[in-house]
Design a protein around this ligand. Structure first.
Ligand SMILES: Nc1nc2c(c(=O)[nH]1)N[C@H]1C(S)=C(S)[C@@H](COP(=O)(O)O)O[C@H]1N2
Ligand SMILES: [Mo]
Length: 405
């Protein structure tokens, strides 16, 4: 593969932020993302671990984000996996990604317009949405760009989201049979240029009617028992459990039912994964697929020592998970114990493994999530990832390096 194959089209943010191509990790880069995740100073044990212990720092640590990224987006408080201590991420520690402005919306002025191919187009106030049946979901939201750059490893968090389900609301409005696709618009907007046409575009993503009618999809107004914080989409955002962050449109302003697919920036230019895929006849074809459902993934968060006892701890998410396996150096894959989250379909699982027979010196630790249907989180050098040319959906196995004294 030539290095030019690794290049990405440049759709704006790279220019805007003034980052050079070298600032990006392997998968090439166009749009830079933003994240703000504060470190938590209090250190508690992950669920499942008992007593105090010392965290042994990994030799590999994510580098600081490039200055240009910090300048453009403000202080970046990246999540530090070694400090992950709570299964639910507090709102003020939850990462955030916004591609346009961050609108401030007054609750009493808020309106959600339901337009297009419905028998009864309707406008909802915040109060009307809140008066509808309430539903909650614990859902781990990960930016599809997470782990796409060396310095972007903390674009993930888990919250208990509450709101009202879409399906009954859409059914009441009367979806017309020719309705195929539902477009969700945010109140944030920017200027986009396509084939020399300049236009104002709100942030938008669409779902097929089938996906939108899934019973767990919410018009969400609450995050961990609080009104949605402004940067997370106050007053109402879409929550699509099991999908990457980008599908979860914040500052929701309009929901439009249409008879065809939507070709906005975040469906067709950004958040499109480009791969060279081998066909059964040996040919290779280039594919461009829109980022949607989350992919199986796991991370080794830290190693804790208590005397001469060592415990490896981590998280796994991105689909129904059967188990997590851990490999030390070139040893066998060993099943870890899932300690938290088993009963929640859309939340990350926390896992631990007692590391026995530890010798002094340098070691590598790699984890892999195994799905209920037997699918396995791909190795970092798996062709499916090696032949991926964009940084989204970087769900390869992560190897951490550690030195035992
Ligand atoms: N309106 C709007 N919604 C949006 C975005 C955006 O820029 N504007 N960013 C998306 C992306 S790419 C991600 S990863 C998530 C991040 O959600 P958070 O900021 O609440 O963590 O919001 C999604 N929803
Ligand atoms: Mo994202």
């Amino acid at each position: 593969m030539t290095s030019s194959n690794k290049r990405m089209s440049d759709s704006g943010m790279e220019k805007q932020v003034g980052l050079s191509r070298r600032d990006f990790l392997v998968r090439g880069g166009s749009t830079l993302l933003l994240l703000a995740m504060s470190d938590s100073s209090v250190f508690e044990r992950m669920a499942g671990a008992a007593g105090d212990g010392d965290v042994i720092p990994f030799l590999d640590r994510p580098p600081a984000p490039p200055d240009a990224a910090v300048k453009a987006f403000g202080e970046l408080n990246r999540m530090d996996w070694q400090k992950l201590n709570q299964w639910i991420t507090p709102n003020d520690q939850f990462f955030t990604v916004s591609h346009y402005n961050r609108p401030i919306i007054l609750p009493e002025e808020y309106k959600l317009n339901l337009t297009g191919l419905v028998v009864n187009p309707k406008t909802f106030t915040l109060l009307e949405l809140k008066q509808r049946p309430r539903q909650e979901v614990v859902f781990t939201l990960e930016c599809a760009g997470n782990h796409g750059f060396e310095w972007f490893t903390g674009g993930i968090g888990t919250a208990k989201w509450a709101g009202t389900p879409l399906a009954p609301l859409l059914k009441e409005a009367g979806l017309k049979p020719e309705g195929q696709e539902i477009i969700f618009f945010g109140a944030d907007a920017g200027e986009e240029e396509v084939r020399s046409v300049k236009m104002r575009q709100e942030f938008s993503r669409s779902l097929s009617v089938t996906d939108a009618l899934r019973p767990d999809v919410l018009f969400c107004y609450e995050m961990n028992g609080e009104p949605l914080p402004p940067e997370h989409g106050f007053p109402v955002r879409l929550i699509v459990p099991g999908w990457y962050g980008v599908a979860n449109v914040k500052w929701l302003s309009r929901v439009d039912v249409t008879d065809r697919r939507w070709a906005g920036r975040f469906m067709t230019r950004d958040y499109v994964t480009i791969r060279e895929e081998a066909q059964s006849d040996g040919r290779t074809v280039w594919t461009q697929k829109v980022v949607g459902p989350a992919r199986l993934k796991s991370v080794t968060a830290r190693v804790v020592s208590r005397g001469d006892h060592y415990q490896i701890e981590g998280a796994a998410w991105g689909g129904p998970i059967d188990r997590v396996e851990v490999q030390v150096d070139n040893g066998p894959w060993v099943s870890a114990t899932i300690t938290r989250g088993r009963e929640q379909d859309f939340a990350w699982k926390f896992w631990t493994l007692n590391w026995t027979g530890v010798t002094s010196g340098e070691h590598t630790i790699t984890s892999r999530a195994v799905g209920l249907e037997g699918s396995i989180q791909p190795a970092a050098d798996d062709p499916v990832l090696r032949n991926k040319h964009t940084y989204w959906e970087s769900n390869g196995q992560i190897t951490r390096r550690i030195s035992i004294g």
